[in-house]
Design a binder for this molecule. Structure first.
Ligand code: GAR
Length: 218
């Protein structure tokens, strides 16, 4: 197969999506390799998880830079030094500016724990519970400067159960995230995601035309 694409992962916390991407990338037939894992938080657990997987990991802390442009310039320099072609945001809890994104045009992906455009921002799973929706999920999209916005590459839907706690719903969505993100990144790295009129067209098998019913249909 053709060479693996060089992908950087940015995170701020736990790093479970980074691990899912790294495990996929370790497969010989996967079309991406992780060239660096960077965090804006020195104490992010995801950094030690990355190092335990043998991945280069580093910190670019906002507090160590006098301004957002200076912070983003340092981040940009680290990403380019690592040879990254694409960036995966994986629980990276900062908005990247239009200026930063212009240097990575259509080359930054994000995962968000809702069926966008519903429930943008923090605590999307809690927002879903509070809204009383019966179906929740997660989305991988190309990043635009606005929060949790941009062309959608892939989504997964999960039911919200009647007695769901926030923990249980988060865990169900997170399990879907761990399958969805590696799948979406693979399609992206294989050049099977094309942008037209602000929407992503994805060259992938057609799913079975079935619905997820909640409550279940008869
Ligand atoms: C994930 O649920 C991800 O979807 C979410 O943060 C969590 C990070 O978990 N991202 C956002 O809410 C972005 N708006 P992880 O560090 O274990 O991958």
């Amino acid at each position: 197969m053709s060479a693996k694409r060089a992908v950087a992962v940015l995170l701020s916390g736990r790093g479970s999506n980074m691990v899912a991407l790294a495990e996929a990338a370790a497969r010989p037939d996967y079309p991406a390799r992780i060239v660096t894992v960077l965090s804006d938080k020195a104490d992010a657990p995801g950094l030690s998880r990355a190092r335990a997987l043998g991945l280069p990991a580093g910190v670019v802390a906002r507090a160590q830079h006098p301004s957002k442009p200076a912070f983003e310039a340092a981040l940009d320099a680290e990403l380019r030094a690592a040879g990254a072609e694409f960036i995966c945001l994986a629980g990276f809890m900062r908005l990247l500016s239009a200026a930063f994104l212009a240097g990575w045009h259509d080359r930054v992906l994000n995962i968000h724990p809702s069926l966008l455009p519903a429930f943008k921002g923090l605590s999307a799973q809690a927002q879903a519970l509070a809204a009383g929706v019966r179906i929740a999920g997660c989305t991988v999209h190309i990043v635009r400067p606005e929060m949790d916005a941009g062309p959608i590459i892939a989504q997964a839907a999960v039911p919200v159960l009647a007695d769901d706690s926030l923990d249980r719903l988060e865990a169900r969505i997170l399990a879907a995230e761990h399958r969805l993100y590696p799948r979406a990144l693979a399609l992206f790295c294989q050049g099977r995601v094309r942008l037209t009129d602000g929407r992503a067209r994805v060259d992938a098998p057609t799913p079975a035309p079935t619905a997820l019913y909640n409550p279940p249909a008869d």
